[in-house]
Write a protein of this length. Structure first.
Length: 286
């Protein structure tokens, strides 16, 4: 079952879909539920919970078929998440925790990185070297940082893993983090991961013409499936030093999708990218 965050988002997506299908406005739904319009808005944004009774009233107002209701009742079930962000997971800042939930439930992930290896592909040595030199110190618990990131990485090798694609600037391979041994191990790991069927890794070399400014934008696109009648959830995650943005508006998602297509087209093929990975790795062996 999906994480609590994703269940709320999926329920909101479903509620918005069935309301529009029924031709109802949020104000009408609020009147039917005898609540403020703000509650309906928050529900559809996945920002609040709803009792089974209120959900039943709302779905009956939308004239939803009883068989279709079951999926939404399951999404609305209250399950305690107490302690989810305890222990080593507490190293994740609050603004990043929604991303961790989305990532763990995604069926497709596409990521562009311009300077450093993506966290989900980092080796332990690389993580530790990053932590020692990072301007962002969410936690002094380096062991916890390693454990938390390795738990995230497990999605790549689990049963039924997501399809994951990366466009990495050549800078990610050549930006030295830690010792030569750390870099050699990291590049070997990238080469190994690039051979997995669910991983597509492409390098954007220095000497190709790329979209102007394209590589200056690090971003991640996530697609989370829905078992209901609404469309899958699609988010673009954009991170800065101390915060992050989660974009789901269609025009924003489409704009990043176009940029992704341009960057991927300008990148080397997976086969040529693997050759570059191995070549740079060999330079750290000298």
């Amino acid at each position: 079952m999906a994480t609590p965050t994703v269940r709320r988002l999926q329920l909101g997506n479903e509620l918005r879909h069935v309301r529009l299908k029924a031709g109802r406005e949020q104000a009408e739904a609020a009147e039917a539920l005898d609540c403020g319009i703000g509650k309906i808005s928050r529900l559809e944004l996945g920002q609040g919970g709803i009792s089974k009774g209120d959900l039943k009233l709302l779905l009956e107002f939308y004239e939803v078929d009883p068989d279709e209701m079951q999926w939404m009742f399951e999404l609305a079930r209250t399950r305690s998440s107490r302690g989810r962000w305890g222990d080593y997971r507490a190293v994740f800042p609050e603004w990043f925790r929604m991303y961790v939930d989305l990532e763990s439930d995604a069926e497709e992930i596409r990521q562009v990185q311009g300077e450093i290896v993506p966290g989900i592909l980092q080796t332990e040595g690389y993580i530790r070297a990053m932590d020692k030199a990072s301007a962002r110190r969410e936690s002094e618990d380096i062991d916890g940082n390693v454990a938390a990131r390795q738990e995230r990485q497990a999605i790549l090798t689990r049963d039924g893993p997501p399809n994951v694609s990366f466009v990495l600037s050549e800078s990610c391979l050549r930006r030295k983090i830690g010792t030569a041994e750390v870099m050699r191990e990291q590049l070997e790991h990238l080469a190994e991961m690039a051979l997995r069927q669910n991983v597509n890794l492409q390098v954007l070399p220095f000497d190709v013409e790329a979209p102007p400014g394209g590589t200056s934008y690090d971003f991640t696109m996530l697609r989370i499936p829905s078992n209901g009648i609404a469309a899958p959830l699609e988010f673009v995650y954009v991170e800065c030093l101390d915060d992050a943005r989660y974009l789901d508006a269609k025009d924003a998602v489409s704009a990043y999708a176009r940029l992704w297509d341009q960057l991927q087209a300008a990148s080397l093929s997976p086969k040529e990218s693997l050759k570059v990975l191995r070549s740079v790795r060999n330079q750290y062996s000298e």
